[in-house]
Design a protein around this ligand. Structure first.
Ligand SMILES: [Zn+2]
Length: 238
């Protein structure tokens, strides 16, 4: 699979999260309702944004209209580029083109899917040509999501350190939060006394393990396995 195809899949995967401004794994993945940290809450310049988080947390499953102009603009920019990309690939591969998006349309996924399907059939040169465009889409999506998610604490116990911190030596603390690293990279950082095996950790930031957004699916799996284990144990000893 080519890099461009991976990147298109990534943007498609996170598209609903970009638009609904909820945490990527809020539901049905195993992450609990997101909560803004106190600091992040204080840093938010508008009450509206915090309210939107609470409303979103309370109404999981619904899709509130995006209210953040920067995110709306990003979505529209990606939609325009996705339509261009789909159109170019249709011409090159002599495939009937997809209709252009209509005014007010905000879902880029049909054009992203179309582009992905053309790239999957085409020779590698075409994927190489598309790679800078798809990289730009990933970058724009991650930037917009970092605007929304930076500072958000996750209601998850880290499967590796079990929430052990200097303040909570018995464990159980919620040590994961979303941070925006230099270069607008969005990642989850564990602030616990945490040393996952080397193969399980994406990278380190200020001495703490951290996982870039591309690792989050894998991370969610670990949480699921770990929580199933804890639940099973609780049942046995109950
Ligand atoms: Zn940890």
């Amino acid at each position: 699979m080519s890099l461009a195809l991976d990147q298109l899949d990534w943007v498609i995967e996170y598209w609903p999260d970009l638009l609904t401004a909820r945490l990527p794994m809020a539901t049905p993945r195993p992450w609990r309702h997101p909560q803004l940290s106190e600091q992040a809450r204080a840093e938010r310049d508008t009450l509206a944004r915090a309210e939107r988080f609470e409303r979103t947390a309370l109404s999981l499953g619904e899709s509130p209209a995006p209210v953040d102009v920067a995110i709306l603009q990003t979505a529209l920019d990606i939609l325009v580029r996705a339509d261009d990309l789909a159109d170019n690939l249709a011409q090159v591969t002599m495939c009937p083109p997809l209709r252009p998006p209509t005014l007010g349309e905000l879902d880029a996924r049909p054009w992203l899917h179309f582009a992905a399907a053309r790239l999957a059939e085409a020779h590698d040169g075409l994927a190489e040509w598309a790679a800078p465009i798809t990289a730009w889409m990933v970058d724009q999506t991650a930037r917009a999501m970092s605007l929304v998610y930076d500072g958000q604490a996750l209601d998850v116990v880290c499967p590796w350190c079990k929430g052990v911190t200097p303040e909570t030596p018995a464990g159980g603390a919620r040590t994961w939060s979303v941070v925006t690293l230099p270069g607008d990279q969005i990642a989850i950082v564990c602030s616990g006394v945490c040393e996952p095996p080397q193969r399980e950790v994406g990278t380190w930031w200020r001495g703490q393990p951290c996982w870039p957004i591309s690792d989050w699916e894998r991370l969610a799996k670990h949480v699921r396995v770990s929580e199933a284990h804890i639940d099973g144990h609780a049942t046995m000893t109950a």
